[in-house]
Design a protein around this ligand. Structure first.
Ligand code: M6R
Length: 605
């Protein structure tokens, strides 16, 4: 989704902003732009649809020497993908970038047009620029931004440059925003993602909602914060920048997605070490004090499917009831949140707007909230009472792979911490062994990737795909279908195997593929369901244990060894699905790491 980077310092402002934008490329966007203060002291804007490289080409013949600039990668919401609609938007001495949605943009635009203001783009974003500009007749810029911000509805982050004073202002409501300073380099920076600021800042600041951040070379601290009344504010969190920038080159891998799939065994092992032998112990200890009557699990996309797996762990192991709801539905269902309930939110980015809204709903009902989250310091991390980091490392591929595995496993650790055997060395050893067995089995899948590739080649051009599973494998069927459709652009659905005969079986013919996940749990019943597809000439890709009847009905068969994995086995099967989707997408020739229309972090509702 939209990415923001701003910088002020002694030099190389545009280079620093472009480098930040490049680091955010993985999040998905359709145009890019930058505004800088040129050598004549004027704001100069360049913006181009398509990849950042188009913008770089446009800048190649331009003198970009500058001490202050802002840049943006846009993921279109209001108005088509055009140079005009790209950000930054500028008017006279102001330039601005925006991330989010202004829900009352139409009425604000009508009012401003009624007062004689005109617009160059179709975006909601430009409405805020002109609103602030209109207020400058009566007040200075700082007050105008605060006043204008109080009039816009919806979740947004805005960053402004003022040509007259060489300063930057930034403000947000329920949208990601982080500022940073580097005193040795005399520079201040701002972004929608701390990842963009690594190296550019040695201290980072997470402002609260409605807090105005003022970055100014005239300020010896380089940054100051104001509340909505314009008074100094302490509503921000500050910490040393500890992330290291790994240019995340793909090494020998053709795509980040594949690299991330291969990272899984190592991550599984190190997760276990972190929570049983490392700094993670204290986090497990903290959640172990929770005594929930019931969990409300909420998340989006892949994280939601991981949530279904976590539900199975918690209900199965702890017998604590779990209700679950998609992040985008949660707050509109008027959920019944009772004292003693606990909200559990799962997210790779920690910035997904709908997941944050679910958390906010729980928080306002005064129930405690727990996150399973990848990005430390993200909005979700900061808002929750308890956090368990999933420790997947930076995930660049838009299609989430390693994060899913780590979410599931961290959920398993949560179930352990809440369980009666928490602290019992014998049980912990058994769990550690199971984690390491999972890592070994994933290694085996990776070593036999050629078998998966061959099947992908046979089936990638078929009419449609049903992923089916039962019991603990049902969430994996849902996740398998999501992965395939997002990267291979084919129609795929995840179904509980027993449900197909209640409707979807009408679609089955010799061009439809059933990717049939079969584990030890409910094996015979699942095989009977596959028979029903086979009888209608569906193509069966059986993924399961060494079983004669399964082999017999499978057109293609991938044998897996479930022995000893028990409740962790869905995560093992899921790696097969990840690879199958990856290779099918590769045969189709799609943009695997940055699939069309998708964004890595979905920060709008
Ligand atoms: O950052 P989050 O985990 O909160 O993101 C949630 C979904 O947007 C994400 O899982 C999405 O479905 C992925 N593209 C799936 O691969």
């Amino acid at each position: 989704m939209c990415g923001i980077v701003g910088h002020l310092g002694p030099s190389q402002s545009v280079e620093i902003v472009l480098e930040g934008l490049r680091r955010l490329e993985y999040r998905g966007y359709d145009s890019a732009g930058v505004t800088f203060l040129n050598q004549s002291g004027k704001l100069e804007t360049h913006k181009k649809t398509g990849k950042i490289v188009n913008l770089e080409k446009a800048l190649s013949s331009v003198n970009t020497d500058s001490m202050v600039s802002i840049g943006h990668t846009r993921w279109a919401t209001h108005g088509g993908v055009t140079d005009f609609n790209s950000h930054p938007h500028s008017h006279e001495h102001l330039s601005m970038v925006h991330n989010g949605i202004i829900e009352n943009a139409d009425s604000l635009r009508d009012t401003l047009q009624g007062k004689g203001f005109s617009f160059k783009s179709e975006t909601d974003s430009e409405v805020f620029l002109m609103l602030v500009f209109s207020l400058l007749e009566k007040m200075p810029l700082k007050e105008a931004i605060l006043k204008g911000f109080s009039q816009v509805e919806g979740n947004s982050a805005f960053v402004f440059i003022n040509e007259k004073t060489r300063e930057i202002f930034a403000i947000k409501r329920a949208a990601p925003l982080v500022c940073g300073t580097h005193h040795t380099k005399s520079q201040a920076v701002v972004s929608s993602d701390p990842y963009a600021l690594i190296g550019a800042a040695d201290r980072i600041y997470f402002p609260g909602d409605e807090v105005l951040c003022h970055l100014s070379p005239a300020n010896k601290d380089l940054i100051s914060f104001y509340d909505s009344e314009g008074n100094p504010s302490e509503n921000y969190k500050s910490q040393k920048q500890e992330m290291e920038y790994d240019p995340s080159d793909k090494g020998d891998f053709e795509h980040y997605m594949l690299k991330e799939i291969y990272e899984q065994p190592g991550l599984v092992r190190s997760l276990c070490q972190f929570y049983f032998d490392g700094d993670g112990k204290k986090f497990l200890e903290k959640v172990s004090s929770l005594r929930p009557n019931r969990f409300h699990i909420s998340a989006c996309g892949t994280a939601f499917y991981a949530g279904l797996l976590v539900r199975d762990f918690i209900e199965g192991i702890n017998r604590i009831p779990c209700v679950y709801e998609l992040g985008s539905e949660f707050r509109y269902r008027n959920p019944i949140l009772k004292e003693g309930d606990v909200g559990l939110f799962i997210s790779q980015s920690g910035e997904t707007a709908d997941t944050l809204a679910s958390q906010g709903e729980c928080k306002s009902s005064s129930i405690q909230t727990v996150s399973l989250v990848n990005v430390e310091g993200s909005s979700l991390y900061r808002e929750c009472d308890y956090n368990l980091l999933i420790r997947a490392g930076v995930e660049i591929g838009v299609a989430s792979t390693k994060a899913f595995t780590q979410m599931g496993l961290t959920g398993r650790l949560l179930a352990h911490a809440l369980g009666e055997h928490y602290g019992d060395a014998h049980h912990e050893k058994k769990l550690i062994d199971k984690f390491s067995l999972l890592a070994e089995r994933i290694d085996e899948v990776l070593a036999n990737v050629e078998d998966i590739k061959k099947i992908a080649e046979e089936i990638y051009n078929k009419k449609g795909y049903f992923f089916t599973g039962r019991g603990i494998y049902y969430p994996i069927a849902l996740e398998g279908a999501l992965k395939l459709k997002e990267i291979a652009y084919v129609h795929a659905e995840g179904y509980a195997a027993g449900e197909l005969k209640h409707g979807p079986i009408a679609l089955i013919d010799e061009e439809m593929v059933n990717i049939a996940i079969v584990g030890p749990e409910l094996k015979d019943k699942t095989i009977s369901n596959i028979q029903e597809i086979k009888a209608r000439k569906g193509i069966i890709v059986g993924i399961g244990p060494n079983d004669n009847s399964l082999k017999k009905i499978s057109d293609y068969f991938l044998e897996l060894n479930f022995e000893g994995l028990d409740e962790l086995s869905p995560l093992y099967v899921n790696v097969v699905n990840q690879l199958l989707s990856y290779y099918m997408a590769k045969f189709k020739g799609t943009d695997i790491d940055k699939p069309r229309n998708l964004a890595k972090s979905v920060t709008v509702e």
